[in-house]
Design a protein. Structure first.
Length: 364
C-alpha cells in the first residue's frame, strides 16, 4: 500500500495545517478552485490489478451497503461493462486484449476532481471538495435536481430512485470519514497486490512518473487524471491505451467550473426571484379562481331562481286545474243530489196519491 501509518498521520496533519492557513475555498457554485495543497489521492496501477474484487467488498462493508445478489468471489461479473449504482460505489471491469494477452482490470469510482463538475453544477452546495481531497455530499442540502449526474463527465453519481420519500445522490467519498480518523480508504487497505496507493497527490504523481520511466515498455507514457478536466485526485497508469479500457480521452484539460461559471453565476438571482414570480402566479391564479367561483355561484343562483319561477307557474296551473276539477265535481254532486231529491219527492207524492185512492169513504 506504499506508506506507513506514521507517514499517513504526518501527511494528514500537514494537510490540516495547510488548509488552516489557506483560504477556505470550495469547489461549488460558480467559483473556480485549484484544489487544496497537500490533499490526498489514490493511484491505481492497472498492471498490478488482478480483478479479485476485494476493493468492491471492502467498499460495500465500509459504507454499510446492501449485500449484492452475486457474491464478491463471483468473478463472472467482470465481463460486464458495469457502472456505479446507488448501492455500489465502485466496480471493477475487465477488458480483454485482441492479441490474446492477459486482460486488464480497471477500477471505476468517483475520480474526486480538483474542480468537480458535480460541485460546480450544484447550486445548493450539496457537493463540495474538502481539504482531504475528497468530494463529499451533504444530503440535507440536496434538492434532488440531479444536475450533478448530468454534469459529471465520468458518469459516476447515482440516484436512489427506489427511495420514494428521501432519495439521495450516492457515490464514492474516498472514505473521507476514515481518512479523518487516520485510516486508509477501505479499497486501498484491502488490495492484496498494492494496485492502489494512497498518499498526497503530489507524491502519487511522482511515484507514477518513476514507474513509467523505470518500465517504459510496461506503461503508456501518461498519468490519467493528472491533467484531465483540470486534474483529479484519483490517478491511473496503464500499459494499455486508456481509450481501450473504457476511459475517456476527449475531456481536455479545462475544468468544468470554467464552463459553468458564467451560467451558474445567475443561479442565485434566479433562486431569489423565483419565489416572487411564483407568488405572483399564485395570486393571479387565486384571483381567477375567485372570479370563476363567483361566476359559478351567480349561475347557480340564477338557475335556482329560474327553476323556482317555473315551478311556481306549474303549481299555479296545477292548482287552477285542480280547482276547476273540484268545482266540476261539486257541481256534479249537487246536480246528482238535486236530481235524487226531486226523484224522491216525486216518488213520495205518487205514493201518497195511491194511498189516498185506496182508502174507503165513510157512510152517511
Amino acid at each position: 500500500m506504499g506508506i506507513s501509518r506514521r507517514q499517513f498521520l504526518g501527511w494528514l496533519g500537514a494537510a490540516g495545517a495547510g488548509a488552516t492557513v489557506a483560504n477556505p475555498a470550495e469547489a461549488a457554485s460558480n467559483k473556480q478552485f485549484s484544489g487544496y495543497p497537500d490533499s490526498f489521492g489514490i493511484l491505481h496501477d492497472t498492471t498490478r490489478c488482478i480483478g479479485c474484487r476485494k476493493c468492491e467488498e471492502a467498499c460495500n462493508k465500509v459504507n454499510e451497503l446492501p449485500v449484492p445478489e452475486q457474491p464478491f468471489d463471483d468473478l463472472s461479473v467482470l465481463d460486464q461493462n458495469r457502472r456505479t449504482r446507488s448501492d455500489t460505489y465502485t466496480v471493477v471491469n475487465q477488458f480483454r486484449k485482441k492479441d490474446g494477452q492477459l486482460p486488464v482490470f480497471v477500477k471505476k469510482q468517483c475520480n474526486h476532481c480538483l474542480e468537480p463538475a458535480c460541485a460546480s453544477a450544484c447550486f445548493v452546495r450539496a457537493l463540495r471538495k474538502v481539504k482531504t481531497g475528497a468530494v463529499i455530499y451533504d444530503e440535507s442540502l440536496c434538492v434532488g435536481c440531479r444536475y450533478c449526474m448530468v454534469a459529471c463527465p465520468f458518469n459516476i453519481p447515482a440516484y436512489e430512485y427506489n427511495e420514494a420519500l428521501t432519495p439521495r445522490v450516492t457515490k464514492c467519498t474516498m472514505c473521507h470519514p476514515r481518512i479523518e480518523k487516520g485510516l486508509l480508504p477501505g479499497c486501498v487497505d484491502s488490495c492484496p497486490k498494492e494496485a492502489l496507493t494512497f498518499g498526497t497527490r503530489e507524491r502519487l504523481v511522482n511515484i507514477a512518473r518513476r514507474r513509467i520511466q523505470k518500465y517504459p515498455n510496461a506503461y503508456i507514457d501518461h498519468i490519467y487524471g493528472e491533467q484531465e478536466m483540470g486534474g483529479t485526485s484519483w490517478l491511473t497508469i496503464s500499459g494499455t491505451p486508456f481509450s481501450e479500457i473504457g476511459m475517456r480521452e476527449d475531456l481536455g484539460t479545462h475544468t468544468a467550473s470554467s464552463f459553468t461559471a458564467g451560467p451558474l453565476a445567475a443561479v442565485p438571482v434566479v433562486v431569489a426571484l423565483w419565489p416572487v414570480l411564483l407568488t405572483g402566479i399564485y395570486a393571479i391564479s387565486k384571483r381567477k379562481d375567485k372570479i370563476a367561483a363567483e361566476e359559478r355561484i351567480h349561475a347557480v343562483a340564477q338557475t335556482i331562481a329560474d327553476a323556482n319561477e317555473e315551478m311556481q307557474v306549474k303549481l299555479a296551473k296545477m292548482k287552477d286545474s285542480m280547482n276547476k276539477e273540484k268545482e266540476a265535481a261539486i257541481n256534479l254532486e249537487v246536480k246528482r243530489a238535486l236530481e235524487d231529491a226531486a226523484k224522491e219527492a216525486a216518488e213520495s207524492q205518487q205514493a201518497s196519491e195511491e194511498t189516498g185512492s185506496d182508502t174507503p169513504k165513510e157512510e152517511k
